[in-house]
Write a protein that binds this ligand. Structure first.
Ligand code: PMP
Length: 429
């Protein structure tokens, strides 16, 4: 029998055939063979605690999901032009998760598609082109979603190369943004107001309602209520990108926008809803959705297929039946306490951002200047891999350990992560 390719063989083949931009994070990445709950196992049978796979929200290789998908594949898979039960029930289920008047669903295959569709809906509805977004954001790779992606970690030239219809405002980051301290929220709101009220009135304002890409940084209190009011007064729509932070991961809230006490006009979701199966959605008001009946078009060949809708419904069933949102709150709070305790001994931990099982541990060289520690962050991630934990850097400065594990994380696993981080910070990397 041919020899099993080694980790290096597979990496070589990958580098030969795959565009380099999709390179992974580690110097010597393990060859991952299988997943189980919050764990990944490599070719040699070594198991790692997976602290980054927010897409596998209900855990890797969930047996109930596998059984439902396999049954549906055997029964029927076709496009959304046919009348089958799964699409009707899943769409209703999604709409019921959102507050009024958000009652109309479009089903797509990814977050990028959802964001693109949201922008096009807003532009068609308002008959305008311009969009206000925030710095340090990632919204996707398609032409539209890439245009409003401003993260300089992903693209160093992001802020100087946006198309003329895109207007980024300051990242409202209270920890290290341009404004800090007691009047910072008001100044970020004023900064956004100027962008909204200057020049051509915008079709939309879009941001993550809880700042995932920046490392789980909460928006300043009152930010979205004030900005949404300004956008609406200017005749624009408010889009909340919940692709990363929505769907129960914050534990104390199912949606990120709840934490800001607002209701958006359009919500985009993906990632967790498919647990790794390509699945995304846009949920909006009926009058906004109907714009396309008069002017525009939407159809997705695989979006909303019976298999996709079965995945979507089963994921929601699992989240409910296994109390995964509650688990995200309980385990997330525990993990936060553990990391905050570590911060007392290690001034390198500048902040513990986030909520529930969306956390960011921001590492700094100096707690006063907040000089970022990107090299240390990368080295700590390498060392954590040696110790059996997968955790990766995020944020524009790549100095935030992003923590977004499957929502079935146990207290033992949370403690294992905290213990290994403690050991790394104590013994060096
Ligand atoms: N929006 C946000 C907030 C995201 O984090 C991502 C993916 N990282 C996307 C959109 C794009 O989603 P996808 O990768 O499914 O196209």
């Amino acid at each position: 029998a041919p020899a099993e390719p080694t980790s290096a063989d597979v990496l070589g083949l990958r580098r030969q055939a795959l565009a380099e931009v999709q390179e992974n994070y580690y110097e010597d990445p393990p060859r991952i063979e299988r997943g189980w709950r919050q764990h990944l196992t490599d070719l040699n049978g070594r198991t790692y605690l997976d602290m980054v796979n927010n897409v596998a929200a209900v855990g890797h290789a969930h047996p109930r999901l596998n059984a439902a998908v396999s049954r549906q594949w055997n029964l029927l898979n076709t496009n959304s032009r046919f009348n089958y039960r799964a699409i009707a029930e899943f769409s209703k289920r999604l709409a019921d998760l959102l507050p009024d008047p958000l009652d109309t669903v479009f089903l797509v295959n990814s977050g990028s598609e959802a964001v693109d569709l949201a922008l096009r809906l807003a532009q068609t509805f308002t008959q305008r082109e311009d969009v206000v977004c925030v710095a340090e954001a990632y919204h996707g790779w398609t032409i539209g979603s890439d245009a409003i992606s401003t993260s300089t970690a992903d693209n160093p030239h992001a802020l100087t190369t946006r198309p003329s219809w895109v207007h980024p405002v300051l990242a409202p980051n209270m920890f290290r943004g341009q404004f800090r301290g007691p009047d910072a929220a008001a100044r970020y709101i004023e900064n956004a107001r100027q962008a909204i009220e200057t020049g051509r009135p915008p079709a939309a304002f879009i941001c993550e309602p809880f700042y995932g890409n920046a490392g789980g940084v909460p928006l300043p209190d009152g930010y979205l209520p004030a900005v949404y009011e300004t956008v609406r007064a200017a005749g624009g729509l408010c889009v909340a990108d919940e692709v990363q932070v929505g769907y129960g991961r914050l534990g104390h809230h199912f949606w990120g926008f709840e934490q800001q006490h607002v209701t958006p006009d359009i919500v985009t979701i993906a990632k967790a809803m498919g647990n790794g199966h390509p699945l995304g959605a846009v949920i909006t008001r009926r009058d906004i959705a109907e714009t396309f009946s008069r002017n525009g078009y939407f159809f997705s060949s695989a979006g909303g297929s019976p298999v996709s809708c079965t995945v979507g419904t089963t994921v929601l069933d699992i989240i409910a039946d296994e109390n995964l949102q509650q688990n995200a709150a309980t385990i997330g709070d525990h993990l936060r306490r553990r990391v905050e305790q570590l911060a007392q001994d290690h001034p390198m931990i500048g902040a513990v951002h986030g909520m529930g099982l969306y956390m960011g541990v921001e590492l700094v060289r100096d707690p006063h200047t907040l000089a970022p520690a990107p090299d240390e962050t990368a080295a700590i991630c390498e060392r954590m891999l040696d110790l059996g934990v997968i955790v990766q850097p995020t944020g524009d400065l790549l100095n935030v350990l992003k923590i977004k594990p499957p929502m079935c994380l146990t207290i033992e696993s949370a403690d294992f992560f905290a213990d290994m981080l403690a050991r790394t910070l104590r013994d060096g990397w």
